[in-house]
Design a protein around this ligand. Structure first.
Ligand SMILES: [Zn+2]
Length: 297
């Protein structure tokens, strides 16, 4: 669940910050060499998400014994003062906690925090029940986008989008642990899909932008990465795979709307044709797993 960088040149974009950024969210990796170019969020107009049943018929209801709570930490360095101020002033964590508390029951309190950590990371720690997004990770995203030629303002906006994806990836780990959810397969991939599901289904266009921003981060990051044994052995999928998986989720949510992913060469046709089913299976799985913990009826 910890997402420290696997190598100096690599960020682990895997986790999501929040809907915290709830209006804000694991990250995407891009095709590294001849891979797809950066998809443009502007090309994705309206939210296409189709309403999905939020409750399974057979769900046993659970008791609500906890809340998502916000906890701030004292900064260790002045470097992140303005970022910290922005997060606090815009009540990004509080807004995220509110949204999550409106939707979900918890067996115990889970704490949300954003701070400088000394490394570009984001994590859910089951021992402290704390979801932490490090300012260094936000800065890392910003620098990635800047290195790809984006303006300062565009990189800043995209960073907050990507962090929403990261935040929700971490929320995914927190739910898997606290709800004791059965995960058959790789938990990191499950957390990525959880983030994609919540973003695309629940947050509309903002959510799609979060998944796209993360995808872009994966894409840019993968370009400068050389594969090592350590990367291949890591529990996270390779950045390129996360890039394609993220595009597949978005495309699968509405193939007509995102047809340009295939037409413009971002997503290979062979993968794209199975994405609608792949997406629906992801949504159905998470809807059913979360049903007993949903507050909305
Ligand atoms: Zn993770």
């Amino acid at each position: 669940m910890r997402h420290a960088p696997r190598s100096q040149n690599q960020i682990n974009l895997a986790i999501a910050l929040l809907a915290v950024f709830l209006t804000a969210a694991c990250i995407i990796t891009g095709g590294r060499d001849s891979g797809p170019e950066k998809p443009s969020p502007s090309a994705s107009p309206e939210d296409s998400a189709t309403p999905v049943a939020k409750k399974s018929e057979s769900a046993d209801s659970k008791e609500d014994k906890g809340d998502f709570k916000v906890e701030y930490a004292k900064l260790s360095s002045a470097r992140y003062e303005s970022l910290d101020k922005k997060v606090r002033n815009e009540r990004l964590l509080e807004n995220a906690a509110e949204e999550l508390n409106r939707a979900l029951k918890l067996p115990e309190d889970v704490y949300l925090t954003a701070r400088d950590c000394g490394e570009a990371n984001a994590e859910f720690d089951p021992n402290t029940q704390k979801i932490t997004v490090c300012y260094e990770l936000m800065e890392r995203f910003y620098n990635l986008y800047r290195s790809d030629g984006m303006s300062s303002d565009a990189a800043d906006a995209k960073m907050f989008d990507a962090i929403r994806f990261v935040f929700l990836h971490e929320v995914g780990h927190a739910m898997i642990y606290n709800y004791n959810l059965p995960i058959m397969g790789n938990e990191e991939d499950a957390a990525d899909r959880c983030s994609s599901y919540i973003n695309i289904e629940e947050l509309g266009e903002k959510g799609v932008k979060a998944v796209l921003a993360a995808a872009d981060g994966f894409r840019i990051d993968s370009r400068r990465e050389s594969r090592s044994k350590r990367d291949l052995a890591d529990e996270h999928l390779l950045q390129e795979q996360r890039f394609y998986n993220s595009l597949c989720m978005i495309y699968g949510s509405n193939p007509d709307k995102y047809e340009y992913f295939v037409d413009d060469g971002y997503l290979p046709e062979e993968r794209a044709r199975r994405c609608p089913q792949e997406y629906q299976r992801t949504v159905d799985s998470w809807v059913n797993l979360l049903a007993p913990w949903r507050k909305d009826k």
